[in-house]
Ligand binder design. Structure first.
Ligand code: MN
Length: 315
């Protein structure tokens, strides 16, 4: 996290913005696919209920296995899979087998427990670019039964020069059909080169923007692919100016009021819940089985020596 200026920049509306730098992480070990993780961040863990954001690609898959994430468990969250280019095949312990392509949403609500795998399908376009997000579930949804849904038809809004696809929650009065459990927004906004437009926001939400392609000027700040620009609360609109043809991801939501423990693939309220979920995964109970993935399940890492302490959205 770095503030942009010594005197925090104050936009036309709202509070100071923060540029949250990403960390490079190799999915599936040191030889795995590289992703840029901007949530959780060193200082800011969440934007609304959004608590995890990995961006990857564009990657040329020639001579590589592509995405290979073996069966692993989740509790207490929703996984939101969104592609810019390419294909990903999802399998889960409820028996779903679903390929996604750009413009489609794969939404998995873990609730009390599910396991899944993600892979590049055998027949693919040879390129991969996308984002993997998690949404934290509040009480009582975090212990609900698991579910998976595929959404191929999402609302698209036209804000002058900007086209916005509402992936999750609400934007400008349009609501995604995807199930949500706290007030939030997730949208992909595309703009032709030189486009200049304004997106309506809600003053009671906090927001952040990630550039996926191109370069946008957001609130007067140029934003290229890499860091996440945190915009805070109190804004009723956001101006987006595209340099070249540009695609950004807009995330927002009501500031999340509950304290959470986040460890490995689990979002929980207490250290004990994480210990129990880890033991259930290691013993093969609770999380069911993922069929058809050509590879072993991912082992849970050892628990840290110190107790996991629930924390709020800001560290
Ligand atoms: Mn997962």
């Amino acid at each position: 996290m770095s503030n942009l200026q010594a005197d925090p920049a104050v936009g036309p509306e709202g509070g100071p913005v923060e540029l949250l730098d990403g960390a490079t992480v190799a999915l599936g070990g040191p030889r795995g696919m590289a992703v840029t993780r901007t949530l959780p961040n060193r200082r800011r863990r969440m934007v609304g209920a959004w608590c995890f954001l990995d961006a990857y690609g564009p990657d040329d898959l020639a001579g590589t296995p592509g995405m290979r994430v073996g069966p692993h468990p989740h509790i207490g969250l929703q996984t939101v899979s969104w592609l810019v280019q390419g294909e990903v095949l999802h399998r889960d312990s409820l028996g779903h087998l679903q390929e996604i392509r750009p413009g489609q949403l794969n939404l998995m609500t873990a609730g009390r427990g599910i396991s899944h795998s993600e892979e590049t399908p055998a027949v693919n376009s040879g390129v991969l670019q996308g984002v993997q997000l998690w949404v934290a579930l509040p009480e009582p949804a975090r212990t609900r039964p698991p579910a998976f849904t595929h959404h191929g038809d999402l609302p698209v809004l036209d804000f002058g020069d900007l086209l916005a696809t509402v992936i999750m929650g609400e934007l400008g009065g349009a609501v995604s059909p995807a199930a949500t459990y706290s007030p939030l927004t997730g949208a992909e906004i595309t703009a032709a080169a030189g486009a200049d437009g304004v997106v309506p926001l809600r003053a009671d939400f906090e927001y952040a923007v990630l550039t996926l392609d191109g370069a946008a000027t957001i609130d007067g700040q140029e934003l290229k692919p890499g860091p996440l620009l945190y915009l805070g609360e109190g804004r009723t609109s956001l101006r987006i100016e595209a340099g070249p043809a540009t695609r950004v991801l807009l995330l927002g939501g009501e500031p999340f009021g509950e304290e959470l423990v986040m460890w490995w693939n689990f979002v929980a309220c207490t250290h004990e819940e994480v210990v129990e979920a880890r033991a259930s995964w290691e013993s093969g109970s609770l999380f069911g089985e993922v069929h058809g993935y050509a590879g072993p399940p991912l082992p849970a890492p050892p628990m840290p020596i110190s107790r996991l302490v629930p924390r709020g959205r800001i560290r």
